[in-house]
Structure formats: C-alpha cells, structure tokens
Design a binder for this molecule. Structure first.
Ligand code: PLP
Length: 432
C-alpha cells in the first residue's frame, strides 16, 4: 500500500473512530460486544445447503408472473436479504464503531468468497458497484501509448463503447469497431475467431469484448479466442502484447468455469444479475501477469496490498449491500455451479427449440450451446419487439427488448424458472 493511502486511512478513518471512542460517546448501549461484526456477518442459514429443487422458496418474487427478464437486475434470495438486513441494523445502531471494527474484515470476506467461487486468487479481485463501473475503471486505467489501438466490436454494450470513447477523447489512443458476423444464422466458432484475427493490426493493443451478447444472446467461444490471441502474442514483444478485456456479466452465474481458464486478462461483471447479488455490486478480475497494464482511477479505502485492493473504489458506500455480496458467491457455490449451468441451459434449450419450430418467429440466438447461454432473442413477424413484450406481459410473462439497433424481443430463464413456465411461454408466443 502506498504511504499516502496508509496515512490517510490510518489517520482519517482511524482518527474518526478513535475520536468517537475517546469521549463519552461510548455509552452502554453501544458497547463493543454488542456491535461486534461477528453478530452482523454470521449467516444463521450457513449450514443449510440450498437446493435447486425448492429454489423458489428462497425468493420473494411474485409467482403470479413468469420472470424472464432477470438479466437486467436480480431479485435477492433469502441469505442475501437477511444479510443486508443484519448489516443495516448494525450500521444503524452504531455506524462509526461498526465500520472501525469491521470494514477491513468484511471486505476481505467478500473477496475471499468471490475467489472461491471464481477460482481465482483473492488479491486479484477488485470489488465494484456494477459491470459498467468495472468496464469504465479498466478502460480508463489502461496504460497504453500514443497511437495504440483498442479493437472492439459493433455487438458490445453501450458501457463498453462509451467507456472507450471517453478514453479515446482524453488520450492519444484510437478505438476501432468491427463486425464479427453479417448473418448470425450462419455463424460458427471458426468464422468468429477468423474475423477477430483478421481485425488485428500492428497497433492493436487490447480487445474489448463481451462474453455473452445481450443483443442476440451469442456467447463468444472465449477460450478459443484467447488461444488464437496467444498465438498472435507469441510473435510480439512483451510490451506489445494484446490484452483481452471481457464484459463477462451474462456468463457469470450461468457458465461453469473458473475465470482464469477463460484466458482473458481483465474480466468485469456485475454480480447483481445472474448471480443474484445485492443491487449495486460487481467485480473485476485481473490476470496477475497483466495487471501492470491497468492502474486505478478512484482512490481506494482498502488497507490490503495487491492489485485487487488498489483497483477497488473507495468512499463510504452502501455497506450493507456491499458486504452482502459475499453471500451471493456462497449461495451459488453451495447450489453448485454445474447444476446451475445445466438448469439454465436446459430451460434455454427448450425455449430455443420451441421458438425455432414456429413459422412466424425468427430466432437470433444460436441453438448450439457452445455459442449461447441464458439469453434468447427473437422476432415475431409483423410485430415490433416492444409490442411483443407488451403482449407477453398481458399473459403475465415479464420479458424485455434489447437496447440495440435493430432491437429484438428477449427472454432469459433463471434458476427459479420451471419447465412448465417454458411450455406456457411457448404456448403464448405460438398464439401471438
Ligand atoms: C452486456 C452488458 N454489459 C453491461 C451491462 C450493464 O450492467 P451493469 O448494470 O452491471 O452496469 C448490461 C446491461 O444489462 C449488458 O447487457
């Protein structure tokens, strides 16, 4: 940790707490044993293993609806709701003292839970508020030289495009966009990889990609792409290596893979979508061999050393949510990553098969599960996507439209959906 940060945290934060503790402020009602972090952080349900069989008991979703838009923002299962409430009570009771005693440990607990779930080292993980924040921090913090280029695609989300535009405006780097396919119906892993490889120029220093596209539901074969880039990097010097930066939000909590095995260098994702974490939570993972290419933007309050801590934005925040992210990682890990993947892929497969057999429907998401995850995009002949979503809602099915041009109707099954709901949804779409 840098001297200035240690001084600030040891001085200011420590000073605030010490000041509070030294006076008559420490009354009987806020004695340390009462506000001690162990009370707030322990999860009474920790020893109860959650199961996909009765997963709906964990959520307070309104079951009069079929929820197929969970990719936007999650509903929190019980352990996370309870955790937020426990922390809120502890903070409301004695915020300054609680922070002094627990701030460092709780943040480390989140990082530890994240590292177990993601299959990474804890010091390589930064904690953020969202995918957008992670993306902005990585692209803003990229250490590139004048004339270097970031190559992205036309299929990425607004947060990637806009972060790169801001970076381009304030530095001497260039950003270029390519299309990965003209027609998604004829897509293949090989064609995607070739398009990317052909797009690379001598000045290309970073790829800005998205694991699962929220426009079409296409899942990039990221391990194979990484292997192809590794080959390109073999011909380059250490300081000209191409970095792979990945918006992983629609793969995290769906796909059963340790993040370092994807082969990317920087992985940014919100944990408040498929992982059902507190709203306003996310992570960045940085490959230890490449972390020196991205530096921090927002001053951290973390007292731990390591890239992940340096990259974790500081400031006092909504700590009850921030710390409760730990339970999102634990909840998914205890449910079983593999089982979750199987369930979401199985529900998606049924929907895609059903839609692909309907004459009035155009399915944009590949049927191949190597090229798709839990997002399904489609069109109904003669109907605007917004109209499709409105009609589905009349049948109590919550769907969304894709915020891209062209826009499609989109449905995304989650861990709480049932096969019966998929059949019902298909019956409704068949009649639209
Ligand atoms: C691909 C993609 N990345 C990022 C985001 C924004 O995520 P967050 O709300 O976590 O910033 C979205 C929107 O849901 C998205 O579809």
């Amino acid at each position: 940790m840098s001297q200035s940060r240690r001084e600030f945290l040891g001085g200011t934060l420590g000073g605030i707490a010490a000041g509070l503790l030294s006076g008559s402020f420490l009354s009987a009602s806020c004695a340390p044993e009462k506000v001690c972090g162990k009370i707030a952080s322990s999860d009474p349900q920790r020893n109860v293993t959650p199961s996909l069989d009765n997963i709906r008991d964990q959520f307070e979703l309104d079951w009069d609806y079929v929820h197929l838009a969970g990719l936007l923002i999650s509903s929190n299962p019980r352990p996370i709701r309870d955790s937020i409430e426990r922390y809120r009570l502890a903070l409301d009771e004695n915020a300054a003292l609680y922070l002094k005693e627990n701030m460092v440990n709780h943040e480390e607990d989140v990082r530890y839970a994240a590292s177990r779930y993601l299959g990474t080292r804890r010091e390589d993980i930064a904690l953020t508020d969202s995918t957008t924040m992670g993306i902005a921090l990585v692209y803003h913090g990229l250490r590139l030289q004048a004339g270097d280029e970031v190559l992205t695609t036309e299929h990425d989300y607004y947060s990637t495009h806009q972060s790169l535009k801001l970076k381009e405006n304030q530095s001497a780097i260039n950003v270029r966009k390519i299309r990965l396919f003209e027609n998604i119906q004829t897509i293949s892993e090989e064609k995607l990889i070739n398009r990317l490889r052909e797009g690379i120029r001598a000045e290309t220093r970073a790829l800005a990609l998205t694991w699962v596209h929220s426009s079409t539901g296409l899942k990039l074969p990221i391990q194979k792409i990484s292997a192809a880039i590794k080959e390109v990097n073999r011909q380059r010097s250490q300081d000209r290596q191409i970095l792979i930066c990945l918006d992983g939000v629609h793969g995290l909590g769906v796909e059963d893979i340790d993040i370092p095995k994807l082969g990317c260098d920087f992985f940014m994702a919100g944990t408040h979508k498929w992982l059902h974490g507190p709203r306003g939570s996310g992570i960045i993972w940085g490959n230890p061999e490449r972390q020196n290419f991205v530096g921090p933007t927002i001053p951290t309050f973390s007292r731990k050393t390591g890239w992940g801590s340096e990259m974790t934005p500081g400031g006092f925040k909504s700590f009850e949510s921030y710390w409760s992210t730990m339970h999102a990682f634990d909840f998914h890990r205890r449910l079983g990553r593999k089982k979750i993947t199987e369930k979401i892929h199985s529900l998606s497969r049924r929907l895609k098969q059903g839609l692909s057999e309907m004459e009035h429907v155009t399915l944009y998401t590949p049927l191949d599960q190597n090229l798709s995850a839990g997002i399904i995009s489609f069109d109904i002949r003669g109907r605007a996507p917004g109209d499709v979503v409105r009609r589905l809602l009349e049948h109590r099915i919550v769907a969304s439209t894709t915020p891209y041009t062209p826009s499609y109707a989109r449905i995304t099954p989650g861990i709480y959906n049932t096969e019966a709901e998929m059949e019902y949804t298909l019956r409704v779409i068949a009649k639209l």
